[in-house]
Design a protein. Structure first.
Length: 422
């Protein structure tokens, strides 16, 4: 059989494949995927319609329309406290995933190393490996609010280190890096000459008075910071597929060569919609965050005070929390496996993708088995923590991008199932 490029035939199926397959099950309460349940702002939709009606159905300049770049500039000055040249230091992309992929390809190559604090977004690992580089994971514990110390990060820096990825607010944990945390990383980057790729997709979704800090706002980081962002999460516009990369002219020029040959430009209609969102929809962001906070508080109260065998650290941002299920796994892993292998759930078992069946057969991952057990028992989908790195074992990522009432029903069902074991 003809070999696939870059060893893609050896890449394991991502957990997201299993989650997407199971999310389609009838009656499933989806707390596993990061898809806001809100519709895009009316202003963005109207702008998209008007764009189409006015004939904006052609290529835009490859860095993005100037209206879009200027809207991002004003948003960045307002929210992130730094400036950039909209002519040379930004490029609008077909989604933040493209922003990540192109940035990695533009800055690292075979044999390089990229530092990744873990738990981490599950796309970082394969994208780094696709570029021929090696991800160096630095584990962070729940006791440290899932943020590694500067000393831990410094201990893995080598002459091969070419970049580090920081995601704040974090997916999957909801952790928010402080200014002092980032200052320590900036000093390492300057001392050892590597880029810091700052994934800020959730930077508007914050609670309890916390503020997101952009590492690019440090005056000495202009050549070393690369900022990734987009409209998917803060404006509930996942389907519009618009993101952006802000960096030095040198980085953007390198990215542009990849961009021109993969996507040419971001969708014209989506850019018009995103420009309207950035310019006119601050109220919308605030309303969404207020509702996310209501759901967050519900989950915190029920998990920490009413549902046995689970606990959770208070997330400071994003719409995720990392739920500790170690007690459940330690005491009842075999019981959960017995249930999943029983005739009682034979019809459900048939619907699991083959990679999920393999999880049951192996039976050695508490987070994967806990996830499947909750699906089979109460039709509630979460994400297994191990998908975000080994340090995520015995955790479940729970998304509260779902309606309040559905979250409440899911919690009621989980409580009923786990109380006899508690």
């Amino acid at each position: 059989m003809t070999k696939l490029a870059r060893g893609l035939d050896q890449f394991p199926q991502k957990t997201i494949y299993v989650l997407l397959s199971l999310a389609r099950e009838s009656g499933m309460v989806n707390l596993g995927l990061g898809e806001p349940n809100f519709d895009a702002p009316r202003e963005a939709i109207d702008a998209a319609i008007n764009s189409l009606k006015s004939g904006e159905t052609h290529y835009t300049p490859d860095p993005g329309t100037m209206q879009m770049r200027e809207a991002i500039l004003e948003k960045t000055k307002r929210d992130n406290d730094f400036d950039f040249d909209p002519e040379t230091e930004i490029i609008v992309t077909a989604g933040s995933s493209a922003a990540l992929f192109g940035t990695i390809l533009a800055t690292v190559e075979t044999g390089d190393e990229v530092i990744v604090p873990a738990p981490s977004y599950l796309a970082y690992d394969p994208v780094i490996k696709f570029a021929g580089a090696r991800p160096i994971f630095v584990p962070a514990t729940e006791e440290n609010d899932f943020i590694p110390t500067t000393e831990d990060i410094a201990s893995v820096v080598t002459h091969r280190t070419k970049a580090m990825i920081v995601c704040s607010p974090n997916n999957p944990t909801g952790a928010v890096w402080s200014k002092s945390n980032l200052r320590g990383i900036a000093d390492l980057a300057l001392d050892h000459d590597f880029h810091v790729i700052s994934d800020e997709l959730y930077e508007r979704i914050l609670y309890d008075g916390n503020k997101a800090q952009s590492i690019a706002s440090f005056d000495d980081m202009q050549e070393h910071a690369i900022t990734l962002n987009g409209v998917s999460k803060s404006y509930a516009m996942t389907g519009f597929r618009v993101g952006w990369v802000i960096g030095s002219a040198r980085v953007i020029d390198a990215y542009r060569k990849i961009h021109q040959n993969i996507s040419v430009c971001a969708c014209a209609t989506s850019q018009a919609a995103s420009t309207a969102a950035l310019n006119d929809c601050e109220y919308y962001v605030q309303d969404m965050v207020s509702e996310y906070d209501r759901r967050r508080k519900l989950l915190l109260d029920r998990i920490n005070n009413h549902i046995p065998l689970m606990s959770v650290t208070r997330p400071k941002g994003s719409f995720y929390m990392f739920v500790n299920v170690k007690d459940l796994v330690d005491k009842y892993l075999e019981d959960m496996l017995e249930y999943l292998r029983s005739e009682k759930v034979k019809s459900f078992y048939k619907k699991i993708p083959d990679v999920g069946k393999q999880w049951v057969n192996e039976g050695d991952s508490g987070s994967k088995i806990s996830m499947l057990y909750l699906i089979a028992k109460v039709k509630t989908l979460t994400a297994p923590g191990i998908a975000f790195g080994p340090v995520g074992e015995n955790f479940l990522r729970v998304s509260f991008a779902q309606e309040y009432g559905l979250i409440e029903n899911a919690l009621n069902n989980m409580q009923k199932v786990l109380e006899p074991w508690g």
